[in-house]
Every structure is written in C-alpha cells, then in structure tokens.
Ligand binder design. Structure first.
Ligand SMILES: Nc1ncnc2c1ncn2[C@@H]1O[C@H](COP(=O)(O)OP(=O)(O)OP(=O)(O)O)[C@@H](O)[C@H]1O
Ligand SMILES: [Mg+2]
Length: 464
C-alpha cells in the first residue's frame, strides 16, 4: 500500500463517517508525514505550525479513524491497521459472488398474466415500505392466488437476498419443508439442525421472501376454518413466530382458507396483513379470452367475465368450452348455464365438501332467498335454531373462503356460486324426497312462493 493509496483510503473513510467531510490540508500533511515516520516535532518545523497544534490534529485524526474502523488506531499501528483493512476489503470483493439464492419449486409459469396492478402495488407497498413480516392472500379456488404470488415474487426478487417458493398442496410436514429451505438459506447442501429456531435465525440474518402456496392443504376441513390438521401444528408455531418476532424477511401464504392465528395478528398498521383476492376486472378477463383465441364483442366478454365473478380459472374453462362445444357462440354458452362447466364444478365440489353442515345450510338458504339477506333473517330461517354467535362464526368462515359476499343490503352469493349451490340444492332435495326427510324442502316451499327456479324441480320431484 503506497502512502497515496493510504491517504485516499483515510479520506474516503472520514468522508463517509463525517457525512461528506474528508481530510483537510493540515490533516493530510500530518497523515502523510506520520505514514513515512516523521515525528510531530519535525512536521511542526517543516510546516511552520506549532508543535501542540500538530499533536492535537494527529490525535484527533487517530480518534476519528478509531471510530470508523472499530479498532484502536495510533501513529504507531497506523500502517498495520490500514493494510489489514485494505486486505479485508479486497477479500470481500474478490470472493465468489453468491448468486441470488432462489428456489421456485413447482411455481407455475406466469408469462401470460394480466392485470392485478392494484393488488401487486398494494402487496409491494406492504412488503417494501411497511416491512410486513407476513401476508396472506386468500380467496376462492381459481381466483389467481398462486399466479399472483409467483408474479409478485418475480417482481420483488431483486429486493431480497433469497426467494423461496413452495407449494403445500401435497401437505408436506414442516420438517420436510424446513429441511428443503434451510440449505438454500444457509448456502450449503446439508444442514444439521433443521429446527424452527435455526430457520428464524436465518430469517433474521437474511432478507428472505418465502412463499408457501395452498396453505389450506394443511388445515382441517370443517366449520372452524383455520385449525391445523393433526400433525401440522408445527406450521402454526412457525407462522406465529414469523408474525410476532422481529426479522427482515417476509412470509407470503396463499390459500382458500385462513390459517388460525393470522386474523388475530393482522391489521392495517400491523406487520401482518391479509389480502382477499377478488375477481379480475372486465378488461383483464377479456385478455384471457383473447389469449384463448375467443372472438367476443366487448359487451359479450364483459357479460362472461361478470358471470364468473372475474374468476380467471372459470373464464379460461368457459373459453375452451365455448370454442369446443358451442363453436365460439358465447350467447349459446350463457344460455346453457351450469350443465357444461364440469371442471369448475369439480373445483366448487371440493370447496363445498369441506364445509360443515351449518355452513352448507347457510349456502342453501342464501340460494332460497336469492336476494341479499341479513344475518338476523337467516337465523330465523335456519332449523334447528342456532345461536347467533355460532351463525356469525360460520358466516365469517364462509366469507373467509370467499363463498359469500357482503353488501350493504346483506349477504349474497357470486353468480357462479349461486348456480352451483342451486344445482346442489336440487340434488339434496332429490335425496330428501327419496328418504322422506323433507325438512329443507318444506321450508323452501313456504319461502319460494315466487321462485320458479326452485319450486318447479320440487314440484316435479314430489309429483313423480
Ligand atoms: N391475472 C391472471 N392473468 C391470466 N391468467 C391468470 C391470472 N390469474 C390466474 N390466472 C390463471 O387462472 C388459473 C387459476 O389461477 P391460480 O391457480 O393462480 O388460482 P388459485 O387461486 O391459486 O386456485 P386454487 O385455490 O385452486 O389454488 C391458472 O390457470 C392461472 O394461470
Ligand atoms: Mg393455487
């Protein structure tokens, strides 16, 4: 290291430490002369300054360097300390740059992804500006949670030391997930201690974006959404710790149901947030139709997109069905309704089967009412009577699953769900007729005086 290199280094160090104030002229002289072994007295004689003044400038300089280098600096060890510092700096910059640690697991391709600018912007703000520790994206099956989570992680990858995306669809035990994640975080093929503690330590020391998709796979079916399946409680512990403990990482979970613990912790100003994914807007849904090669007028696309509540999966399935079975005739398709949407139906079947008896009954009553209804009216209708608290709990859970919607006028169903539940309801009626258990039907007959869509099949059934 030459004296000029040393001078530049010290000037830079002080410049950074003193906020833009580097070495002044006298300090430069004192530094250079000391570097070459000149004493304070000799510097004073050569420069014409007082000895005491030069001594003071020197001690001030070494003090400043001590502060910025974090180890004692004096005129005796000056060269050794600065050489060591320079070597460390060089070693750091010549180390092989660890490539961005990323592991996308089975993340799907999202190169054809439309819209969602508002959602992406909100999530980005929550993550980058509000430094959220955990975010859940939840919504109905097919609504685009998985696609959105991948798009978001792709957009934010440069902001993180590490990005890991994993699906929980096959319900892996937490031990397995952690044993896959930790080596990526640590940067070594094998890790010995795969505990939650070690994972938390990594999330503290690195900025990691961890996405866990399909979280409903590790939750119990049934009336109280959010309870973990037996054997999966360790996830609960991990999620709680990620929500509660300080760290610099962010966990994103997606799912049809909300896991327990999240609702308690989330809030607009808290580091845990929740985004309920709604349908795509008309123009975005139309782009899916165009990509599928379906020729539709703007108003036809709008009707179709609205019909499916903007659900991208439903729109895709519908587009294919219209092409293959209806020769591209959208009107014909809409007229046929639910009979042809087998794939989407399957999807809804799976959702419905997860519901408790009370939740299923609520869904039926929303179909019977057809129009928006207030919880108090629902309570009057449902037999046997249920306490309001239990009803509200069931409604909350249905809402969390995006199966019901709330408006000022009350609770209602998305159009495609309304059709699905109607169909299911008719099947339930058929079973009741054959087993002579007419509870729902009797109530329904009283209620649906003017509702032909339900009364006609019942009358046919009863009279057959
Ligand atoms: N914004 C979008 N633009 C284009 N296609 C989309 C968009 N969002 C979702 N899709 C497509 O819709 C389909 C369903 O999306 P996705 O799998 O993300 O839904 P999901 O909410 O994760 O469903 P599930 O609850 O079943 O996991 C996929 O084929 C996906 O590619
Ligand atoms: Mg998904």
């Amino acid at each position: 290291m030459t004296e000029q290199e040393a001078l530049t280094l010290v000037d830079t160090l002080l410049h950074t430490a003193n906020q833009r104030q580097g070495l002044n002229d006298v300090q430069s002289v004192v530094f250079l002369e000391t570097w070459t072994g000149t004493s304070y007295r000799e510097i004073a004689e050569q420069s014409g300054y007082e000895y005491d003044y030069i001594k003071q400038v020197g001690s001030h300089l070494w003090r400043s360097l001590t502060q910025s280098l974090g180890e004692p600096v004096s005129k005796r060890n000056l060269q050794a300390v600065l050489r060591r510092y320079q070597q460390l700096q060089q070693a750091a910059t010549t180390l092989p740059i660890i490539q961005d640690r990323q592991d996308w697991g089975e993340a799907p391709d999202v190169s054809r992804f439309y819209g969602r600018q508002g959602e992406l912007q909100t999530l980005e703000t929550w993550i980058l500006e509000d430094c959220c520790r955990a975010i859940e994206i939840f919504g109905l099956g097919g609504m685009g949670k998985t696609a959105l989570s991948v798009k978001l992680a792709q957009q934010l990858q440069s902001q993180f030391d590490c990005v890991i995306w994993r699906s929980l669809q096959q319900a892996p035990l937490l031990e397995l997930i952690v044993s896959e994640i930790l080596p990526i975080l640590v940067g070594s093929e094998v890790t010995i201690d795969n505990s939650i503690d070690t994972l938390m330590k990594q999330l503290r020391s690195k900025r990691c974006l961890l996405v866990l998709d399909n979280v409903e796979s590790i939750l119990q079916d049934g009336n109280r959404s959010g309870q973990y399946q037996p054997g999966y409680e360790a996830y609960h512990q991990l999620f709680d710790r990620i929500c509660d403990e300080p760290h610099q990482s962010c966990l994103i979970i997606t799912g049809r149901d909300k896991p327990g613990g999240f609702a308690l912790r989330q809030g607009k100003k808290l580091p845990v947030r929740s985004l309920q994914l709604q349908g795509l807007a008309g123009a975005e849904g139309q782009q899916i139709l165009i990509a599928k090669g379906l020729e539709a007028t703007k108003s036809q696309s709008q009707t179709l997109v609205n019909y499916f509540g903007g659900n991208p999966l439903a729109i895709k399935i519908a587009a294919t069905t219209i092409q293959t079975l209806f020769g591209g005739n959208i009107q014909g398709f809409l007229a046929q309704g639910s009979h042809v949407f087998s794939d989407l139906w399957d999807l809804l079947d799976r959702q419905f089967e997860r519901l408790s008896a009370l939740q299923q009954q609520i869904m039926y009553w929303l179909v019977i009412n057809r129009e928006a209804v207030m919880p108090a009216k629902l309570q009057e209708e449902i037999l046997p009577k249920v306490p309001l608290r239990e009803l509200l709990e069931a409604l909350e859970s249905l809402q969390a699953r995006s199966l019901i919607e709330t408006a000022d006028t009350g609770l209602t169903l998305q159009p495609v769900i309304m059709e699905y539940v109607t169909e299911r309801f008719i099947q339930a009626l058929k079973r009741e007729v054959t087993t002579n258990e007419l509870t729902i039907q009797n109530r329904c007959l009283i209620e649906s005086q003017t509702q032909d869509y339900l009364r006609d099949p019942q009358i046919q059934l009863i009279s057959s």
